[in-house]
Design a protein. Sequence first.
Length: 350
Amino acid sequence: MNWLYNIFGTILSFFNQITGSYALALVLYALVFKIVFLPFSIKTQKNQIAMAKLRPKLAKIEKKYAGRTDRATLQKKQQEIMEMQQKEGYNPLSGCLPLLLQLPLIIFLYNVIRRPLSFICKLSETQIKDIGAAIGQEINLKDQIPYINSIKNATGDAAEKIAEIMGDAKLPSFDLFGVNLADVPSFQSFSLLLLIPVLAAASQWLTMWLTRKWQGAPPTAGDAQSQMSMRMMDVMMPLMTVWFCFMMPGMLGLYWIYQSVFSILQQYILSKAMPLPKYTDAEIREMEKAEREKAKAQRAAMQSQPKVKSLHYIDDDDYDSLPEVKKQTSEKKGVAGLSASEIKDDKDKK
């Protein structure tokens, strides 16, 4: 994967040269890839608009199966929801694509950050080993960050040797407000570096909260299980971010902060440029009424055709196709899953 790391390293090195600061280079790096992935974000926003339009129909399905918790009913409910989504061209998994595509970027950036001599300074393995010999250390080719300070602080013959090996290549400046971003945040040394994990977690939580708000999702949306999963995500994702930030150089945590800030700005702009439709309760009731009338017309057109009954219970559609006296008979008996002929035979016996 070195050829791919070299591409990302070249981009980051270019931004570092024009800004003179690695922290500012990361800002441009995050901005460029936000722009690259903008079409996917637009597609996600369109998907959210499609989902918003389906909410009245989804509410109708939820109302239809309210109070029924047996497995057969829940399976039928889920199947009906999936069929409705397919009919309307909505894909619930399409929103995962941008997240899956951004994950490799973080992995590539992490490897580029850990190996600045290879991918920023473009030094060969032989040159890196020669620099290690000059400072009296054997440099780990896969994690070069711990040796950066020793290389910068070299004096005398060692400094001359390093300058000769590096030539025109220059080490990027990892300092920001007196903090070395190449260091890993630790409680052993209290500094501004400890703010990075906190800010990274807070910005991620804020991104999730604002995204749900601008997507028009109410806090109580979904069933109890969905709400519980949402609350767990709100807690677990920031905690995982904090944990990762304490395991990696501060530069990666800073990149996550930039990504979160750009995500908030992007989502705000998309929510204004492509607003989601909002429906009042009255509008939802009107839509349900229109759907009922449409369904009744379809049933009237299909009355002459044989109908397959539910194996588990008589649906609302089945009740509507029976005379009123048969509906009352079945309700009094409390029987579910009988065919129309069985209900008629039972009535004749009585």
